[in-house]
Write a protein that binds this ligand. Structure first.
Ligand code: CAA
Length: 697
């Protein structure tokens, strides 16, 4: 059945794409467009063809669900060439989004009109690909190499007014897409406009390809598709259109076979699946209009900033007047950053810092809020005291959330008279910037409270992941383990600087020691002290970094940690004191340092991460491997193009990962205890992704 309807309006044929929800270019749509063009050309009296999309978008691109399967003819490049080669005048009328192959169909049309609110873009690089239906050849001919490279290598969504300025579209007009499209086509016919095939436009001007390639590769931190896009655009200058199309196709097909493409597409679907939990089917979230925040430090102020920006009324509670004033200033500082970046106007800033935000020292101000997030000091007694007060003042049905990073949410919940209303909402600092939210579900948390946590995350623009209760939940628990693997490598001879460099080369935004400096070394120091009494005798815990903390050096905030930071400079230089302290500890422990290759560093670090992640899934703390993947990608700088650590493990082969763990266990059986789930999957010849698929059924 064709998904493209044919209709006739005097001498204009209209092809309407009908493939909900977003008019992806599935096989039936490609066939329908081909048939529609044939029909229009055979239809006597037709002088022009208008292509429109029904529903919420013009076309959101190729059908991603077809990727990885054998492509079936007609292929999209042929469909685009067919449209462009028509002797009739072809016009595209775009609304909603026109992405990837969707924009390529529009570029094959001879003229393009779009709704002012619509967006165009070539997001293929976010799927580990390059455009595969002519955009790398047509767009540079239409708007020049530099602007084309900006669109293709960033994959950004471009709003219609900017697209008009860039020359991607010809006209912007508000109205029903078919009606404005018909009027525009009519005016073109009336003025005798001729066919205008982009492929026939002159070749664009060359640039310094070498420099562009290197800069793009560096910016992508090892992601290959944006850099490949530079090469494809180069072909638009150096080759004929036909040859360039072949070059683009070959590169597209080669990228299709890469692990990065698989990882990126896993991330695309996982990002959408995290909030799709069977337990929430049919469960309505509670109404959310006003939010309370307890504590106005960096975290509380960040949460309050995110909440006012999302349109909530916010009441923030601090203990004393001075602290309340400081909290207000912190939030205003965050919001003025949003003004500077052009995200909000000064007028909006004024409204948000006055009308939307109330800062108070009186818990009674929370009497009518719908949800409260506590972000006070990480101490169980302090938290219980806060929850006691909330229990007394908050209205029935108010959701009581803790932002604790590791404390037992069950214990907090049980200290109140309404444990079903208690949940963990673990934000990441700075909370108005970081995308991840762990929704921590305690034993007695009501389903509609969980749904409300997800609804809040969505309203704040976060990617929310469901986590169960354990020390560190999903992210910090796994972090503690892979950080430990890195610490062990330092004791055995790798330097923190080699480890950071190797992992940054792997694709992490920052290495673990640079991250520790940024987060504050006092956090890890406190955790080590907290865990010391229950530590197993075989646990290897380096103490050299405690010596630095004892001297008051906590990383970036004090100017010294693993690195030394100069005022005004972002990065640091290796701290010689660290090297000395490590050597002293190695001597005391009788360790002869050995050399590590970068590959071994990555392997050990990743094996530790995957092993702990498998325990987290096996114990039900994360419901599915994809929940772990999205936690690490959105909260811990894990390279998106690997899809997440569990996808990475699938791509390596779980047998190989388990075999590494067993090898490492020969030196340290305590730390490298294989996760039962990993062992089971290897024995059964299954993957983590199999578990994702089973959970989706
Ligand atoms: N193919 C298949 N399914 C798609 C799709 C696509 N291109 N784009 C979106 N969908 C699906 C989503 O998976 C989702 O499905 P479920 O409801 O079953 O979860 C549904 O459409 C709605 O999508 P969202 O929930 O994401 O809705 P949204 O309104 O938040 O966003 C969107 C809509 C902006 C189109 C967003 O979905 C998006 O960015 N899609 C991807 C666009 C893209 O990358 N296109 C390029 C494809 S590659 C290409 O075209 C290569 C080529 O040159 C041949």
């Amino acid at each position: 059945m064709s998904n493209v309807a044919y209709s006739r309006h005097d001498d204009i044929a209209v092809l309407t794409i009908q493939n909900p929800p977003v008019n992806a270019l599935s096989l039936a749509v490609r066939q329908g467009l081909m048939a529609g063009m044939d029909q229009a050309e055979a239809d006597s009296g037709v002088r022009a063809v208008l292509i429109v999309g029904e529903g919420r978008a013009f076309i959101a691109g190729a059908d991603i669900t077809e990727f990885g399967k054998t492509p079936q003819a007609p292929w999209l490049p042929d469909v685009c060439n067919r449209i462009e080669a028509s002797p009739l005048l072809v016009v595209g009328s775009m609304h909603g989004v026109s992405l990837g192959g969707g924009l390529e169909v529009a570029l094959a049309a001879h003229y393009r009109i779009a709704q002012p609110s619509s967006r165009v873009g070539l997001p293929e690089v976010h799927l580990g690909l390059i455009p595969g239906a002519g955009a790398t050849q047509r767009l540079p001919r239409l708007i020049g190499v530099e602007k084309a490279l900006d669109a293709i290598t960033t994959g950004r969504h471009i709003k219609a007014p900017e697209a008009l300025e860039m020359g991607i579209i010809d006209k912007v007009e508000e109205g029903d897409p078919e009606a404005v499209g018909l009027a525009y086509t009519r005016s073109l016919l009336d003025e005798g406009a001729s066919r205008r095939a982009v492929s026939e436009m002159p070749s664009p001007q060359a640039i310094d390809w070498h420099a562009a390639y290197d800069a793009t590769l560096k910016k992508g931190r090892g992601q290959i598709s944006p850099a490949q896009a530079v090469r494809a655009v180069q072909a638009s200058v150096e080759q004929s259109f036909e040859e360039g199309m072949k070059t683009e196709r070959q590169m597209f097909m080669d990228l299709m076979k890469t692990d990065q493409r698989e990882g990126m597409i896993h991330a695309f679907f996982s990002e959408r699946a995290v909030g799709n939990l069977p337990e929430l089917k049919g469960v309505e979230p509670r109404a959310l209009q006003s939010i309370g925040v307890i504590g106005g430090g960096t975290m509380g102020a960040g949460i309050a900033t995110a909440a006012v920006l999302a349109g909530f009324e916010v009441v923030l509670i601090e203990m004393k007047d001075e602290a309340a004033a400081a909290a207000h200033e912190r939030i205003a500082g965050n919001l003025s950053g949003a003004v500077k970046r052009g995200k909000i106007t000064q007028q909006k800033f004024d409204a948000l810092t006055t009308v939307a935000l109330t800062v108070s020292t009186n818990y009674d101000s929370l009497a009518s809020v719908d949800l409260v997030v506590e972000a006070v000091f990480e101490d169980m007694d302090v938290k219980k005291d806060v929850f006691g007060k909330l229990d007394a003042v908050c209205k029935p049905g108010c959701v009581l959330a803790t932002n604790t990073s590791y404390l037992d949410v069950n214990e907090i919940a049980d200290s109140t008279s309404r444990p079903a209303d208690v949940i963990g909402l673990h934000f990441f600092s700075p909370a108005h910037v970081m995308k991840l939210l762990e929704v921590v579900v305690a034993d007695k948390t009501a389903a509609d409270v969980v749904a409300t946590g997800f609804a809040l995350g969505k309203a704040l623009g976060k990617t929310s992941v469901r986590a169960g209760v354990c020390d560190g939940f999903i992210g910090n628990r796994i972090l503690a383990t892979y950080r430990t693997a890195a610490d062990h490598m330092v004791l055995d001879g790798a330097t923190p600087y080699q480890i950071d460099a190797a992992l940054e080369k792997f694709g992490f935004a920052m290495g673990p020691f640079a991250v520790a400096d940024l987060a504050g070394l006092d956090i890890g120091w406190m955790t080590r002290k907290r865990k010391a009494p229950t530590r197993h005798a075989d646990e290897r815990v380096p103490t050299y970094i405690d010596r630095l903390c004892e001297q008051g050096h906590f990383g970036q905030k004090t100017g010294q940690g693993y690195y030394i930071y100069e005022k005004g400079k972002r990065g640091g230089v290796p701290n010689p004191a660290i090297t000395r302290l490590i050597e002293e500890e190695q001597t005391a422990l009788g360790i002869t340092p050995r050399a590590f290759t970068d590959a071994e560093i990555v392997r050990r670090y990743m094996s530790a991460m995957v092993n702990e992640a498998a325990k987290v899934v096996g114990e039900g703390i994360a419901k599915r491997p994809l929940d772990v993947d999205m936690t690490l990608v959105f909260g811990y700088g894990f390279p998106r193009y690997w899809g997440g650590p569990m996808k990475w493990a699938d791509l390596q082969g779980l047998g190989a990962v388990l075999s590494d763990i067993e090898t490492y266990a020969q030196e340290d059986a305590w730390f490298w205890q294989p996760a039962p789930l990993l062992t089971k999957l290897v024995a059964e010849g299954r993957t983590f992704d199999d578990l994702n698929k089973e959970a989706a059924k």
